[in-house]
Write a protein that binds this ligand. Structure first.
Ligand SMILES: [Zn+2]
Ligand SMILES: [Zn+2]
Ligand SMILES: [Zn+2]
Ligand SMILES: [Zn+2]
Length: 293
């Protein structure tokens, strides 16, 4: 009875709509696919945080008709992950360097600055990693462009909002992305309360004019408080990133397989006007050109 109530309480993600891939999920060289239009942002960030890997720069820029990246969230995601790594390093230096010569006031200011930057960049990084994936879908960008992390996880259904006098049900864009890959259950019934994580991040993200007051103590107390807070936040962030990473990896291998299949058809002489594919996620791409049908 109790356990059931608890499970129901976590069902906050809302319904999942079905979707298919947009041609902008790929990088194009003329009519051929030269690669997928996303990079493993969440995967690399999490690996870096676990000291298991390095962060990438954007590959050398290429024109969009010569295989260049056109996903705006990929470029932003690379920049944000590099900024995030810098802030994590600063934060680590602050907590692990007892002989830095900051006095009590400066130590407390530094603690607050680092804490806020960790919160801010964590939220932005998760947001951009999700939007990078949404950009590959037929879901129109205006739907999610301005959404913050919490809204990506849960927001009122726009079609029901328009219908008169109807109370809109909630939609989760992350759940929607995860659904065809059978990852939505893992995400929604996870032992962690994701909204709780989001709310912690939101404290700095949306409350622009609100900030906790300076609480001047000794430098070592400020440092140890920062160690404790940043460790907690960053482990929450690594957890969120692990979900996005699973999704990212599924979409990357799915898109690679679909891209190869499409290229094979084109090499076999399929004409551009016949390439009217419905690219369903997690379903093997199986296209019969009208000629052979
Ligand atoms: Zn609806
Ligand atoms: Zn689902
Ligand atoms: Zn569910
Ligand atoms: Zn989780």
């Amino acid at each position: 009875m109790l356990a059931e109530a608890k499970v129901n309480k976590r069902e906050w993600h809302g319904t999942h709509h079905s979707w298919s891939y947009h041609p902008q999920a790929f990088r194009w060289s003329g009519e051929m696919i030269s690669g997928i239009n996303i990079l493993p942002i969440a995967t690399e960030m999490r690996a870096w945080m676990m000291q298991r890997g390095l962060l990438s720069l954007m590959p050398p820029e290429e024109p969009s008709n010569k295989g260049g990246f056109t996903n705006p969230y990929t470029t932003s995601g690379i920049t944000l992950s590099l900024l995030m790594s810098r802030i994590i390093n600063c934060s680590h230096d602050f907590t692990s360097n007892p002989d830095c010569n900051l006095d009590e006031v400066d130590s407390e200011i530094e603690r607050l600055r680092l804490n806020n930057e960790i919160l801010l960049y964590s939220a932005r990084l998760c947001e951009v990693a999700i939007k990078q994936l949404l950009y590959c879908t037929q879901i129109p960008e205006k739907r999610y462009k301005k959404m913050a992390l919490g809204q990506l996880l849960e927001s009122p259904c726009p079609s029901c909002k328009r219908a008169n006098g109807k109370e809109p049900h909630l939609v989760s864009l992350v759940g929607t992305l995860a659904h065809p890959y059978h990852l939505c259950f893992e995400f929604e019934h996870c032992a962690m309360d994701h909204m709780n994580i989001v709310n912690k991040l939101r404290n700095s993200n949306s409350a622009h004019s609100d900030i906790e007051g300076l609480n001047i103590r000794t430098p070592s107390i400020s440092r140890s408080q920062h160690f404790q807070q940043s460790t907690e936040i960053l482990s929450d962030v690594a957890h969120m990133l692990s979900h996005i990473e699973h999704l990212e990896q599924k979409m990357i291998s799915d898109l690679q397989a679909k891209g190869n299949a499409i290229n094979r058809l084109k090499l076999d002489g399929l004409k551009a006007e016949d390439c009217n594919f419905n690219l369903v996620p997690c379903v093997d791409f199986n296209f019969h050109s009208p000629k052979h049908a």
